[in-house]
Every structure is written in C-alpha cells, then in structure tokens.
Design a protein around this ligand. Sequence first.
Ligand code: GUN
Ligand code: ZN
Length: 429
Amino acid sequence: MIRAFRGEILAVPRDPLRDGPEAIVHHADGLLLVEDGIVAACGPFADLADRVARTAVTPLAGLIVPGFVDTHVHYPQVGAIAAHGGQLLDWLDRHIFPAETAFADRAHADAAAAFFLDRLLDHGTTTALVFPTVHEGSVDALFDAALARGMRIVSGKVLMDLGPPGLRDTASGGRAESEALIARWRGRGRIGYAVTPRFALTSTDAQLEAAGALLAAHPQALLHTHLAENHAEIAAVARRFTTAADYLDVYDRFGLVGPRSVFAHCVHLGDRALGRMAQAGAGIACCPTSNLFLGSGLFDLARADSFGVGVGIGSDVGAGTTLSILGTLGELYKVCQLRGQNLDPFRALHLATAGGAAILGLADRIGGLLAGQEADFVVLDPAATPLLARRTAGRPLAERLFALQILGDDRAVAATYVAGERVAPPAGA
Ligand code: GUN
Ligand code: ZN
C-alpha cells in the first residue's frame, strides 16, 4: 500500500543544541512517501515527483511534523485533571488514589482507555509512555485500545505494595502480574512494556528488588517511575532510605538506573545524580504544566543539557493541565524564561518528537520522518484560531512554529496520521 502526501514538511530528527541548524529538516514544498505504514522517502517534491508519477498524491494544507511523543502521562487521571488544592502528596491522597481505585473495574478502564487514546490523537500525540493503575486489567484495557488504533503505546502495571487500601499489590503478586502481562503482550502491534514502580515511597524494598529483577529479565522493557518532583516527597525518601546518596541512588541500588530508564520530573536533582544519569544513559520526562500546577518547581533544562542527559516532554495529566504537547512546549518556554534560559522553537519540536523517542529507545522507529521510520505525523494549522491566523500570516517558519507552541492546542491539529492512515479527525468527521 503506497500513499503520498504533499505539503510543507518540518522535522528535527537531531538535536539542534548539538548539531546546530543542520539538525532541522524543512521542505517548503515537500513530499512524504509512505509504503505499508513506513516512510519510504521524505524530501522536496521536485526531487521526488518521478517516484509518484503513477500514484495519487494527497495535498495537505498546513505544516506537517512528526507525531508528538508524550513521555509521561497517566491515563486513569484524565478524569481527575484540574483538581483544586494541595501539592503532590496531598493531591495524590485526596484526588488521585480515589480516581485510580475505580480502575479495578475492567469496563471502567476500557471506556477510560478509549477516551484517552482518542484525545491523544486529537492532540497530535501518536506515541506515549503511560501510567495505568495497579490493576492488571487497566493495562490490558489500554493495550487493547492501542492495538485497535495502531498506536505505539508503552505501559506496564503500576507496582505499589505500600499504596493505600484498595490500591495496593504485593511484591510477589506484582511481579507475577507483570510477568503475565509481558508474556501476553510481547510482539503484539506497536505495544511496549515498562516496569512501573509508582515511586520509591509506594514500594517496599522487596518490591523495588522485584522491579530490578523484572528489568534484568526483560531486555526490551523500559523502567518508568517518578523522581525528585517535590520537596516533601524528597524529604520522605531521605528519611526512609538513610544510606542512599540521594533519591536517584535509591533506584540505582535496586538496579533501576540504566539506558532503558525514564524518570519523570527530576526538578530537584544534585550534580551527582545528573552525572550518574548521563553515565547510565537514563532519560528525563520533563513535565512543565504539572510542575507548575502542583507547585513542584522549575525544571532546569540547561543544567540537564550541560550533563548530557536525554530529555523528552511529558504532559503528566492529571497533574499536568493539558494533553497538548504544543501547549506543554509553551509552558516549558516560560519555565526556561524564569530560569534565564531561552528555548528555541526548533529544539522544542525536537524534544517533543525525536528527543522523546530517543529516551524511550525508539529513535530508530519514530520521531524524525526519516526513511525507514514509521509514518506517524501531524498536520498543524497555523491559522486554526483567529489569533493564530493573525500572528502567523506571511511570517517565517520559526515564528509560525513558535506561535503554534505558545497559542496552539488541539485546535491547531488539523489531522493526525498513524502509520500513514488518517486517524483524527476520524473518517466522515
Ligand atoms: N508521584 C507518585 N505518583 C504520582 C502521580 O500520580 N503523579 C505525579 N505527578 N507524581 C507522582
Ligand atoms: Zn506522573
């Protein structure tokens, strides 16, 4: 099956911070050729016109960019977004644990998973690393819904044997359920597994050890957890793990820090931890709307960059306040401003696509619209709202892209394509 799309194409497969303007790929009149869901070619239309002489070419108005990668989001928390009051630990107790308890019911999980994935697609997100709940069925619900949509979704049962009543597993039970899920979902569709201890405070030492064993036993699996988000959380970790050098070291002692590890937040990390993350090849899911909403702090992007730690973008809904990765980039821009740093819009797009793919170990598969990669892409409409239209009309690419990040959300996503097929808006809409 061959499909061809013609329009303005922008991708940032490499990091402009390291590689400069060479990292940016832009074709004002480009052609994206897709064969069986894979990018066969992407380049100037004039150079590729011969290859589509006998193929119907679909013109796409707007700016074609790679599908967004959300490197940290909680699907069971979508219905608890915008819950008023309290910082992290209080917010979890008051709002989040009750919402997650309902996912013991498979029908509830199925409906929530379908709603969540449809909203990701509306917002232009085609790949995500997702927290479900402690319930095994919450993972099956998400993976079934992802399979039905052809989406690249990575998730894994939340391990939390120190959770509240009704939302707690055991070290051995959590390990057995994880093993069963890994066996059940291996090699199906575009599903990936992540060993997912909620955070250090909700697992016993025995469970953290089991998580390390799972990670060691399954070389394709990621490790997904929270790290150094909030001062009260960090103090509680220090009180419990008195011999650890710092919060990261708690995870390290259980074999949870390596090139397949993704740590959400990392707002308050010392030099030792950042150096160790760089050495281990671990990645950071940066979640600016969540860090602002819960008052967690201002992520220091330049510092993570100076250590060479890989960074992706996370919406972190329900602490995050939008599923829009465009909107999340706008908030990251402002956080950088508060730290005296300047986030370039092309770098921002890189973090939201190929940068996120890299920390998920998917750099070869997605994120850059490179030949051989999966053809997940989004058509952005720089005139989606009257304000956007007024700001972007006739403006250069960098200005249009930045305006989309500051003013854009799902309204600016004209269409989302998964493996070369339009999935949002759905056919007939
Ligand atoms: N730390 C442990 N659990 C959570 C969660 O659900 N959300 C956030 N933002 N941080 C956490
Ligand atoms: Zn989170």
